[in-house]
Write a protein that binds this ligand. Structure first.
Ligand SMILES: Cc1cc2nc3c(=O)[nH]c(=O)nc-3n(C[C@H](O)[C@H](O)[C@H](O)COP(=O)(O)OP(=O)(O)OC[C@H]3O[C@@H](n4cnc5c(N)ncnc54)[C@H](O)[C@@H]3O)c2cc1C
Length: 318
């Protein structure tokens, strides 16, 4: 039987890793989920979401940021459970720990996977800032370590009838070779934009911060979250740090994404790859975004946005 070790250090990351492990091994595989951080009492829920067994790794010295500690612990678990595959959550933990483990164990390592084909198996992953997808497969027999791309694998629905073993492992890891100096809280505006179903997003086509109010007015009428391009968030600070979208910002997958005054550079587009319907308003008919949208409006956003808001108000009776 194929044994797959799925690993994570957060609930969402863990659920996605389990879903990816199931996509890889099918119902016949034994999926063991290793959670690094939670106590045994808090991990049994992962069984109902597709794991056959859960190992809660707790300890002494296992700092939430300790990549060295995670590597140590997982190295040990892999030795004990002998999986054919390790599937790591699509977050910093997975991206940093997976390649370290692969190097230690001389295993194949495939990063940033968005889709798994069970025959073979082969793995699709994003390359070139998310602009292309390549398919790769391990070229050697033995262990393969896979890190997944965030939000690419939907957690499996809970099935309360599932049963499985829950174990707790206490480990003592060596002290980390790095030490934490400071943590600065990023500014947030409450709602997680990556989960929003409708998003209106503004870019440098807006002349000043106050003009963003036009986006908030439209958002209120259609029930959307407001985001921005990186210059708006990271440079101008017109929106909170967790509201800019793209390669180095948030990745979103709304049903409707409306972009106003955004040129559509690759780094922005890679954050909206999974949006269902994309609407672009830009005054320059040659803006690259027009090649990537479902509906494009060549117009001055200062004229178009108030008209669109009024239209939606009328149509939606709000
Ligand atoms: C490593 C790296 C990571 C990056 N990560 C990100 C990221 O995560 N997210 C991101 O967004 N960017 C990212 N960038 C930056 C990215 O390359 C672009 O510079 C950025 O997306 C441009 O933002 P913009 O479209 O708002 O501005 P611009 O490119 O300046 O575009 C403004 C647009 O507004 C239009 N416009 C002007 N006036 C009006 C008007 N009155 N009405 C309508 N349209 C108007 C213009 O025609 C133009 O197309 C990254 C860059 C690098 C190098």
């Amino acid at each position: 039987m194929t044994v797959i070790l799925a690993c994570g250090n957060s609930t969402r990351g863990g659920l996605e890793a389990i879903a990816a492990a199931r996509a890889l091994g099918g119902p016949a595989a034994q999926v063991i989920y290793a959670d690094l951080g939670k106590a045994a009492g808090d991990v049994s829920g992962f069984i109902s979401h597709g794991a056959d067994a859960v190992v809660a790794v707790t300890d002494a010295g296992l700092d939430a940021r300790s990549v060295e500690g995670f590597t140590e612990v997982l190295h040990r678990l892999i030795g004990e459970r002998a999986p054919s595959y390790v599937v790591m959550a699509g977050n910093k933990f997975g991206r940093e720990t997976g390649p370290r483990l692969a190097e230690r164990l001389k295993a194949a390592c495939i990063n940033d996977v968005i889709r798994i084909h069970g025959d073979g198996p082969s793995f699709e992953r994003l390359v070139l800032s998310g602009n292309s997808v390549e398919t790769v497969a391990p070229s050697t027999p033995g262990l393969t370590i896979v890190t997944i791309h965030p939000h690419s694998f939907e957690p499996l629905p809970a099935d309360a009838s599932r049963k499985g073993e829950v174990a707790e492992v206490k480990v003592a890891v060596k002290p980390s070779r790095t030490r934490l100096v400071e943590v600065k809280k990023r500014s947030t505006a409450g709602v997680d934009i990556s989960a929003a179903q409708t998003i209106v997003c503004g870019g440098r086509g807006f002349k000043k911060k106050e003009d963003f109010q036009m986006l908030y007015d439209l958002a209120k009428v259609i029930g959307a979250e407001v985001g921005g391009s990186r210059p708006i968030g990271a440079d101008l600070k017109w929106i909170a740090d967790d509201k800019w979208i793209g390669l180095s910002g948030k990745e979103v997958k709304p049903r409707l994404y409306i972009a106003a005054g955004i040129s559509g550079q690759i780094q922005h587009l890679s954050g909206i790859r999974s949006a269902k319907t994309i609407v672009v308003i830009n005054s320059n008919k040659d803006a690259p975004f027009f090649k990537e949208c479902d509906y494009g409006l060549v117009a001055d956003l200062y004229k178009a946005l108030p008209l669109l808001t009024e239209f939606c108000k009328r149509e939606l009776k709000r």
